[in-house]
Design a protein around this ligand. Structure first.
Ligand code: ATP
Ligand code: MG
Length: 399
């Protein structure tokens, strides 16, 4: 008997979206195809709020399942075995497919779903018959219909029968790309990759913007940010990343503005440059990893001063989170270990000893007016930004 496996994706929240449903599903399939790149061929079939992923001969189903666990828009996913629509065959396939799985449990039940009403047996009959056969085959098992450790499900569909055990929770959220695009200010720290992950979960495609200040920041620091952006591709499929040379801008700010205002003024220039790059990539918002009160530049007054220089909405998904909560997500999405590698960030290069925590707009604007070549410096950053396109797993160079 040759066992053929498929993967069933339940497309959760999409169900709520009424008429948009079909385009959401199309996007989900498009994203899934990218994520599975390099693992062999797969066919995708939409069927009753489920997407059936059918691997071609020789495709890597184990790795495909792991990658699909991270795909936004999937509420749950299940590996299933395909059997001919004949009860004896179904029973034989079930015994074989679950021969290593069922010994791990003590209690079970059978659940049958019959969408092909022409199948000669009704659901309760399938459950009773198959339950009996499994009890004979695996005598250590007992049936528990109310609270079984494992449920064996048989779905009788138009094309075939599917046999599977319980579903694995998916990544949730909505498919990346259905929520537009936004520019993520990506440092090498813990917070900004988590902020990107959270917006990707709500369907936003990410364009990273990283400011570097060589020689104050090293090539190693840049590679670290590229690695973080690549990790985000597990969730956000493709990430375009701008690396912006920021040295000259920072030196000019240092020369012409009071030290205690350096951080806020620098952040205002970051926002201005990021806004221009964002518009080039048709982004509808900026994203930062700021969390209120975490550092001197993350007070309401400082945020007011930075918000005002951009006409794009600035999304701060971490604003109300504690560092501990942010770290837990960073660990879950596997960016934490990379983020804590020692590195220099351009933000820390000229950090003032006593930054002003409650800057006011007139003071900041007054200080900025001494930076006469500001417009030219901004344009220089934008023109010299290096653009990289990073891909979903399988498309990457091994770094
Ligand atoms: P992170 O852990 O994300 O670096 P942080 O707690 O260190 O954040 P800051 O250094 O004040 O906080 O930075 C706040 C936000 O500004 C970051 O989350 C990020 O969005 C942006 N940012 C900081 N440095 C850079 C940089 N070099 N390039 C791009 N964005 C940056
Ligand atoms: Mg930082």
């Amino acid at each position: 008997m040759e066992l053929k496996e498929i993967i069933l994706l339940k497309d959760g929240e999409i169900v709520l979206k009424g008429l948009n449903r079909s385009s959401f599903e199309d996007r989900l399939i498009r994203n899934a195809k990218q994520v599975l790149n390099g693992l062999g061929g797969f066919k995708f079939v939409k069927s009753q709020s489920t997407i059936v992923v059918k691997p071609f001969e020789g495709s890597d189903v184990d790795e495909a399942f792991e990658r699909l666990k991270k795909l936004f828009g999937v509420i749950s996913l299940t590996r299933a075995c395909v059997a001919p629509k004949d009860f004896d065959e179904i029973a034989a396939y079930t015994k074989e497919y679950l021969k290593d799985v069922l010994p791990e449990y003590d209690t079970f039940k059978v659940n049958a779903k019959r969408s092909d009403k022409k199948f000669p047996m009704k659901s309760p009959e399938i459950c009773a018959e198959l339950g009996g056969i499994l009890l004979d085959e695996f005598p250590h098992l007992t049936v528990d219909v109310n609270n079984p450790q494992v449920t064996v499900t048989v779905e009788i569909r138009d094309e075939s029968a599917y046999i599977h055990t319980d579903a694995t929770p998916g990544a949730g959220g909505i498919p990346v790309g259905t929520g537009g695009r936004a520019a993520l200010l990506l440092s090498g720290g813990i917070d900004s990759p988590v902020a990107g992950y959270m917006m990707a979960k709500r369907g936003v495609e990410l364009v990273g913007v990283h400011f570097e200040s060589p020689p104050y920041t090293s090539e190693r620091a840049k590679l670290k940010v590229i690695k973080l952006a690549e990790k985000l591709c597990d969730y956000s499929i493709n990430v375009a990343l701008f690396v912006v040379p920021f040295t000259r801008m920072q030196e000019r700010i240092k020369e012409s503005c009071p030290e205690e205002l350096f951080t806020v003024i620098m952040r205002r220039y970051m926002m201005r440059v990021a806004t221009k790059l964002a518009e080039r990539q048709e982004c509808g918002a900026l994203i930062t990893g700021e969390s209120l009160g975490q550092v001197a530049s993350q007070t309401l007054q400082a945020i007011k001063c930075t918000d005002i220089v951009s006409d794009l909405p600035i999304l701060r998904p971490l604003i109300g989170m504690d560092k501990k909560e942010i770290i837990a997500i960073a660990q879950k999405i596997d960016t934490f270990e990379t983020s804590i590698l020692p590195y220099e960030d351009c933000c820390t290069v000229f950090t003032p000893k006593h930054p002003r925590t409650r800057p006011t707009l007139p003071v900041i604007e007054g200080a900025e007016s001494y930076l006469e070549d500001a417009e030219a410096l901004i344009n220089e950053c934008v023109e010299n930004a290096e653009l990289m396109i990073l891909g979903a797993p399988g498309r990457r160079n091994n770094r």
